[in-house]
Design a protein around this ligand. Structure first.
Ligand SMILES: [Zn+2]
Ligand SMILES: [Zn+2]
Length: 664
């Protein structure tokens, strides 16, 4: 949502600027403006002074335009210089001069100069002017404090919608949305005419407070003020409803909006993506195209993760095809997003194709591909890609790229290389430390891992402990595992997953009274372990399975298929190992492993999908050791590729082997 909110903020910002600028803009001033712009462009002190000499002394208007052109052109120093020249030549500033000069002082960060202008305003008797007053409030808010701005505002007698909005925005900048919202309430009570920018600012504040109740009240105000059909207000309301978590309110509004623009479509589609309503977001995207609305890069980047979550590249390919057909120039951001989508939808070869086609790859392109390979178990390929990236002199390797290569070292079990890269990182963060622990623990170097944790003083980070626990799971380090579980329970007493680990551990030791204790504790604390689900897409529909689920219409066939497979595994000596000692899903230990959700989804895939096609399943939890073994066996017995994506990575089961080399 980050991209979207920044666009939205931009939209608000531009809308606001144009309004405050409308204070300062005069009518027909083309001649003077072009003169002023010319003077700014020509730069150079000599020319500038020549320009000043040519300025009519009687026309404040011409000087104002020169200041305006300098501010608009980003040459703040020049704007201030023009003002000083104006004063020294005896030209009298007016109510249009001071707001521009105050803007210049705000942008230059010069509070002292701003205070001088404040003094000029008092001397010139312009203090009470609303343009000048608003500019002063804004200047003090940015350069001094919100308190200074507020006290000025309170003394100010000609408040209008713009001055109220300026103060509200200052509160938002200070991350005080509730105060901005309260201020809007005062504004409504004061009887000032409300415009769309003021309302949109208040709605934005409401989204940040996440108060649906207040939000609905604001929509009512919009209706009363006749601003409901305003596209800025409408888009702000949409965004706010989504921020407040009510996609239904957002959709109701969207369907009634008389004027929708790309931002409206982007917002609602993004809202569905955020809520997991992937089918709906894709439907809206198609509708948008039918309506002749051209999606932009931001929308495409919003939609692609939806396709990735489906673990099937069909929709992603559709959008990619749409982009190619539409002739839209794909910028690097979109290319990176498409690559990321293919990678997450486990279509590595497509991702790599895009990667190869990008002419000027940036560090993100490389990072996505390196991490992609690693997540799919291709650690060596990921490392060789990193070596290539290092040869590209134009690329500055950043912290994220180092994170990706450390991940690759874990996958490839390249301990020495990982240590080398870790030492190259200048600003290490906890992710880097966690990956180092992961690297050592995966390689079974538990003493070294423990020493590293102690030395780096990261023993109180749960992610570090979990990385260590992963190593224990692989190397059956049950004793150390138990200690880590105890630490986790201590650090995060309200996380149900930790007690699940604990009870599974006791169950493995057959300490049933302790299992009961753990469960009772969870009950007493009102903690509910997360349920495990797996899903598979077939013919445009997502089929979801829970543990031991019998609700699917084809359940009978699904279980029959699994029974057959189990029988064949028994004959071939491929029956899975059942070790739940360090597993973190509660219900799975007590259920027959063949009825775990991913097995049901895979079995459904086997009976529904064409022979020879890969079966792609996603799970919201970790795959247990038993299912991992069983899936290896199934890939061999059925000669089918099975790709499972769980919380942490992708597993490609092929011909009896798994891409993780059993380092799951
Ligand atoms: Zn399982
Ligand atoms: Zn594996």
């Amino acid at each position: 949502m980050e991209v979207l909110s920044s666009t939205h903020r931009q939209a608000l910002f531009f809308a606001g600027t144009s309004q405050s600028q409308s204070y300062a803009l005069h009518g027909n001033a083309r001649k003077v403006q072009s003169f002023a712009a010319g003077a700014v462009k020509s730069g150079g002190a000599v020319l500038t002074h020549k320009a000043f000499d040519e300025m009519p002394l009687s026309s404040t208007f011409a000087w104002n335009n020169l200041i305006q052109a300098s501010v608009a052109g980003g040459d703040i120093g020049h704007a201030i210089l023009v003002y000083q020249q104006m004063l020294s030549r005896g030209v009298c500033p007016d109510k249009h001069t001071l707001p521009r000069v105050l803007t210049a002082s705000r942008l230059s960060g010069d509070l002292l100069f701003g205070k001088q202008v404040h003094g000029h305003a008092l001397k010139l008797g312009l203090y009470g002017d609303r343009y000048v007053g608003t500019a002063l409030i804004e200047m003090y808010g940015w350069l001094d404090s919100i308190g200074a701005a507020r006290s000025l505002f309170d003394k100010f007698t000609c408040k209008d919608s713009v001055s109220w909005t300026v103060l509200a925005r200052l509160y938002l900048t200070e991350n005080k949305p509730q105060l901005a919202l309260d201020l809007f309430g005062e504004m409504v009570n004061s009887g000032v005419t409300i415009d769309s920018v003021a309302l949109a600012t208040a709605i934005g504040a409401c989204g940040r407070v996440k108060s649906l109740h207040e939000g609905r009240k604001l929509q009512e105000i919009a209706r009363r003020c006749g601003l409901e059909s305003d596209v800025l207000v409408g888009n702000s309301l949409l965004h706010m409803y989504i921020d407040c978590g009510s996609i239904d309110d957002a959709r109701g509004l969207f369907d009634q909006m008389p004027n929708r623009d790309v931002i409206s479509w982007t917002t609602i589609i993004h809202g569905y993506v955020k809520q997991g309503g992937f089918n709906e977001s894709l439907k809206l995207f198609q509708q948008m195209n039918k309506d002749g609305m051209k999606p932009d890069a931001i929308l495409i980047s919003a939609l692609l993760p939806a396709c990735a979550r489906m673990t099937a590249c069909k929709h992603g390919k559709e959008i990619h095809g749409h982009l190619l057909r539409s002739g839209m120039k794909l910028n690097l951001t979109v290319q990176n997003a498409i690559m990321d989508m293919y990678m997450k939808a486990s279509c590595l070869e497509y991702a790599y194709k895009i990667f190869k086609e990008i002419d000027s790859k940036d560090v993100i392109s490389w990072t996505v591909m390196i991490l992609g390979y690693s997540l799919h178990g291709e650690g060596k390929l990921a490392l060789s890609l990193f070596h290539k990236m290092k040869e590209d002199a134009g690329i500055q390797i950043d912290e994220l790229a180092y994170g990706a290569v450390l991940h690759a070292c874990v996958t490839a079990c390249a301990v020495e290389e990982g240590k080398f890269y870790f030492n190259c990182i200048r600003n290490r963060n906890i992710t880097h430390y966690t990956l180092m622990v992961s690297l050592l623990a995966h390689a079974g170097l538990f003493d070294e891992a423990s020493a590293f944790i102690e030395e780096s003083q990261i023993e109180r980070h749960v992610e570090v402990l979990r990385a260590l626990l992963d190593g224990c799971r692989i190397h059956h380090e049950v004793k150390l595992g138990k200690r880590i579980i105890e630490q986790l329970c201590e650090l995060e007493p309200l996380n149900a997953d930790n007690y699940v680990l604990q009870s599974n551990w006791f169950a493995h030791q057959e300490k049933w009274d302790m299992v009961d204790n753990s469960k009772e504790m969870m009950n007493d604390m009102g903690l509910k372990p997360q349920k495990a689900y797996s899903w598979i897409e077939h013919r445009n529909k997502v089929h979801v399975f829970g543990t031991g689920d019998v609700s699917h219409p084809r359940s009978e066939k699904i279980y029959w298929q699994l029974e057959q497979l189990k029988e064949r595994m028994r004959k071939e000596g491929l029956l899975p190992d059942l070790d739940f000692s360090l597993h973190d899903v509660d219900e799975e230990r007590e259920c027959s492993p063949m009825a775990h959700s991913e097995m049901l989804a895979v079995s459904f895939g086997l009976i529904s999908k064409q022979v020879g096609t890969a079966i792609r399943v996603t799970k919201n939890h970790r795959v247990c050791v038993g299912c991992h073994d069983a899936l290896k066996a199934i890939s061999k017995l059925e000669q089918r590729e099975v790709i499972v994506k769980d919380l942490r990575r992708f597993y490609h089961f092929r011909d009896g082997l798994c891409s993780c080399c059993d380092l799951q």
